[in-house]
Ligand binder design. Sequence first.
Ligand code: NAG
Ligand code: NAG
Ligand code: NAG
Length: 731
Amino acid sequence: MGDSEGDLLNSPPMEKLGAGGYLSVWKDYGVYGIVGAVVVGILIPLVLSSVFMGKKKEKQRGVPVQVGGEAGYAVRNAQASELVEVPWEGATTMAALFEQSCKKNSQYNFLGTRKLISKEFITASDGRKFEKLHLGDYEWQTYGEIFDRACNFASGLVRLGHNLDSRAAIFSDTRPEWFIALQGCFRQNITVVTIYASLGEDALIHSLNETQVSTLICESKQLKKLAAISSGLESVQNIIYFEDDGTENDISVSGSMSNWTVSAFSDVEKLGKTSPVHPSLPSKNGNAVVMYTSGSTGLPKGVMITHGNIVATAAAVMMVVPNIRRSDIYLAYLPLAHVFELAAESVMLAAGCSMGYGSTLTLTDTSNKIKKGTKGDASVLKPTIMTAVPAILDRVRDGVLKKVEEKGGSAKNLFNIAYKRRLSAVEGSWLGAWGLERMLWDVLVFKRIRALLGGGLRFMLCGGAPLSADSQRFINICMGAPIGQAYGLTETFAGATFSEFDDTTVGRVGPPAPCCYIKLVSWEEGGYKSTDKPMPRGEIVVGGFSVTAGYYKNQEKTNEAYKVDEKGMRWFYTGDIGQFHPDGCLEIIDRKKDIVKLQHGEYVSLGKVEAALSTSNYVDNIMLHADPFHNYCVALVVPSHQALEKWAQQAGINYRDFSELCDKAETVSEVQQSLSKAAKTAKLDKFETPAKIKLLPEAWTPESGLVTAAFKIKREQLKAKFKDELQKLYG
Ligand SMILES: *[C@@H]1O[C@H](CO)[C@@H](O)[C@H](O)[C@H]1NC(C)=O
Ligand SMILES: *[C@@H]1O[C@H](CO)[C@@H](O)[C@H](O)[C@H]1NC(C)=O
Ligand SMILES: *[C@@H]1O[C@H](CO)[C@@H](O)[C@H](O)[C@H]1NC(C)=O
């Protein structure tokens, strides 16, 4: 969300999360299982619920509050009459939080990784090679050990000659050394620049140059790429690389790297260990991180995140996750260069949890890089807390459902009964969640699905993009874990709103996080007012301790999006449109910049219409286009292969390939009718419904640059690529 919206995933090949063959076990229960399940599961609760019938009382989660700045409707978290700023007294910076937590938890496990046992290549029938890994158990280092390593690295950086007035950058996938390097830099008051690993070369050069980075910390596999662009990296003097497990680490320094001092991470640690340097600790308002994320347009902007921002979000999330504690195990696998993962790991550090590192490619037993018959990260680690982005959860759901469909027969029936029963329990009264029935379904059905993610999950944090109601329910039921949905942006260091674990509604993002206020400011042009009934609506504006210091070397953009009120509180204008429910929970309903005014003066909200039209099962992806010089909209549609081919077969349409099918007038007309139906259901106006459409046979992928890694469409890129098609639609 926001301009630097959630490019959360390193384009994870998400089918790899798919549900393997674990559903086959269901068959064994056969018909007796079902009969027993029906008796225990349906009849007993029915009798009981008629005895105890009572209505759930609605809990107040956010309350209106008087605040400074621009007029609007403001809400605070119901638990925090004063905004929380620190997780505990004295933890005012990340450096202080790290040191104090490491001292407190010194002999407990902190960071864990899996040792590589063997690696092999498998050649597919089409000749492509796939790497398959056999990974061992997690090996742990304690809080005390990690603290020492961060101190050593900090000293080593100084001994290496890093200029303490310049910045260091980390450009790497998520791994323990990333976190250690970050904490090491903080101990010398060095600002760390983070760059999202999937950003292109231009963005990388731009970010490093804009921040004048002198030390670049990366993975050994990136050295070649960096050497190739070394002429653009004018400010870089030192390169520190993380060594790889199981590969030769003798790095040949090529000619173009001759101006750089290239060192292995472990050598820098050794250097620091033999000649320690006093720490030079940062202050609360100092820049901890300059985070570059891709926006939907243009070059990436660097968001200046202070130490105070990070500890405030950590404090807020600790209040929201129920009873988070030392015994919790967290599976870390999303990109650390993204605010969501960095915030989550900061919370785990503050709570004294252990963090096992993994990756999207090795997450489950059936993940792509996991050697057949060996275990994925989740089944070895058995995490109690995980983060996820909607795209991943959608794939998990689709994978499980596909497997259920394939099994068919009694397994499918059992699943469907169980799912329906649990669904009505979750959506209905609390009584439905009643223990015995739930236990029964868990044993009969859901236990095997839960094993996919280790079986011990008790809480899931979800952020980055709106989660569909279906997926939220599915994870609630099948994984048996509540989902905390977070809404936030890099500019608010993730923390803006956070849904509570006992909130079973869908489609909302919860009350304001305890570290900030959320205000809705009227946007007259778009027709959203903070005085609207029954719910106040308007642009979402976030104020408080998690609001960052602005964009690096970009005062103009900073002034556009941030305002400081008369009391000195910083407010960030998100550009998202929201409404507050009576219980103080926020719902995101629109996006400001996606609104176009047509020739006759009607406003079209592109996002709203796209969401409505996407309910047609012919639509895989859609971009609505509105041109102020016309009085109607058009749309580019990527149709679902499966749905369209099924229709063509039934309608007796002959075609050579999918592309030809898309071009046929009958096909276009069929999809258009389906869109009109969807538009009617959503009560869209005529001018909002696309008058003409073009079907595009090729999917939009993050690799093609047409959608973000979180699969949100990139309008500018799509408009440029399909300029001719759009022109024809208006022709
Ligand atoms: C780096 O930034 C400076 C201005 O600060 C600019 O003159 C120079 O062209 C930039 N170099 C690259 C490689 O972008
Ligand atoms: C090394 O730096 C010098 C001066 O700073 C420059 O002239 C030279 O081109 C650089 N060499 C490489 C290989 O980048
Ligand atoms: C940390 O570094 C910044 C500049 O990089 C400086 O302004 C600030 O005073 C330093 N903080 C401390 C506590 O030395």
